[in-house]
Ligand binder design. Structure first.
Ligand SMILES: [Fe+2]
Ligand SMILES: [Fe+2]
Length: 179
């Protein structure tokens, strides 16, 4: 595969590593002794996870949506797939769903730290949704690595991949300025 795709795949590996970490953290929280606030002990690790997703995670999504997907979309439309129903559209809607869960969890994390709730169910429902998020990311990345990216590899020319790579770099600069 070319530079652009390799870069996106390496980023998937980093996201998957974060998801593995997150799974371990929430399993620890779920099995810790209440009524001690189980978030305090894992606060920094969770904050680091949210920070990663707000920086590297956001950049990865932007690089897919601003660089790869628009160029791939042309080919899907040429092939007669209806706008809004292409594999790129499906991936974009999965991005929005994951972002929604992430935002919700970030808010709940702050609230639970603040409230210092002693109700185990508050923490357990937070953990359950985090595990769902882990599974969603794993499924999403599997689809991109094994279906969408090989499709792109077949459909796009060398020049188009160069355009993807240039757009990916432009997206990276945009994100760095905004952060
Ligand atoms: Fe994606
Ligand atoms: Fe991705």
């Amino acid at each position: 595969m070319n530079e652009a795709m390799n870069n996106l795949i390496q980023c998937h590996d980093r996201i998957l590593a974060q998801m593995e970490q997150l799974k371990q953290i929430v399993e620890e929280i779920a099995s810790s002794c209440f009524p001690l606030n189980p978030f305090q002990a894992n606060r920094e690790r969770l904050e680091e996870f949210f920070r990663f997703m707000a920086t590297r995670g956001v950049l990865h999504t932007r690089q897919e949506e601003e660089a790869l997907f628009p160029i791939l979309l042309r080919r899907f439309l040429e092939a007669g797939i209806r706008p809004g129903e292409t594999p790129a559209d499906v991936m974009e809607s999965e991005h929005r769903e994951a972002e929604e869960i992430l935002q919700l969890q970030k808010k709940r994390f702050a609230e639970l730290l603040e409230l210092k709730s002693d109700r185990p169910e508050d923490y357990l429902s937070f953990c359950a949704l985090m595990l769902e998020l882990v599974n969603r990311y794993r499924r999403h990345i599997w689809k991109e690595n094994n279906v969408l990216f090989p499709m792109a590899d077949t459909l796009l020319s060398e020049e188009e991949f160069e355009e993807v790579w240039n757009r990916m770099q432009a997206a990276a600069i945009g994100v760095q300025i905004k952060i």
